[in-house]
Write a new protein. Structure first.
Length: 233
């Protein structure tokens, strides 16, 4: 249950954005959702209201817009941490701000992995493995909320290895924003959650193993898989 409620001024745009977001959740990444006019008519809102809804959807990384013949709105690829196991984060703050923070965090991950490859000590790796154990316990219990929060602690621990103060601070602030406004993770029942959590646990275990042996190629492939949810070539 979300604690945030849209204001009357932005309520119609928020509802329209939620309607289109529902289409995104049921579509494959890259699938065409329709033209702006078709979707506006589906939502039953004015042009200005739909434009505001579109701004919200783009800020959350849910849709892309392509002009010209065959263009329109398309379902965007989302980070698995935004839709953990086809789930949704239940937030008590402005969802646009949180979604933007998640997208920026994802963009910073490769930089922090590069730093960790060369600066992670055995003690750092031991701390990461301890957090991985927490993630494994949460995965076995199908506790998506505990898994997600442990996942964030793991990424915070990886970030702490970086010698770059500004990068560490920016990443920590983004994680604080995301975690501080997440109430829980709500599975939508589309995909079985326990296998997905175990899959994500294995990916993070492999990532920490790659950091421990300073294997850059493996680490970069894994952080790509972490972001897209698809194996890199």
């Amino acid at each position: 249950m979300r604690a945030d409620t849209p204001s009357p001024a932005g309520g119609r745009a928020e509802l329209a954005a939620d309607r289109v977001a529902g289409l995104v959740r049921s579509a494959e990444p890259g699938a065409r959702l329709g033209t702006k006019n078709e979707l506006r008519a589906l939502c039953g809102v004015s042009v200005s209201t739909f434009n505001e809804a579109l701004r919200l959807l783009q800020a959350r990384g849910l849709v892309s817009v392509r002009p010209g013949p065959g263009g329109g709105l398309f379902a965007a690829e989302q980070s698995p941490m935004v839709r953990l196991g086809n789930s949704m984060l239940s937030l008590n703050a402005d969802r646009t701000s949180v979604a933007e923070a998640i997208r920026i965090r994802d963009a910073l991950d490769p930089l922090l992995i590069e730093d960790a490859l060369w600066h992670a000590s055995p003690a750092d790796v031991a701390d990461m493995r301890a957090i991985l154990e927490e993630m494994g316990v949460a995965a076995d219990a199908a506790d998506a909320t505990a898994f997600t929060r442990a996942n964030w602690r793991l990424h915070a621990r990886i970030a702490a290895v970086s010698p770059h103060v500004l990068l560490r601070a920016l990443y920590a602030n983004l994680l604080d924003l995301i975690e501080g406004h997440t109430l829980r993770v709500l599975p939508d029942g589309v995909r079985p959650l326990p296998p997905y959590l175990r899959e994500r646990h294995r990916l993070h275990t492999d990532l920490v193993d790659a950091l421990a042996r300073h294997d850059r190629d493996a680490a970069m492939h894994l952080i790509h898989d972490h972001k897209t949810g698809e194996p890199s070539s």
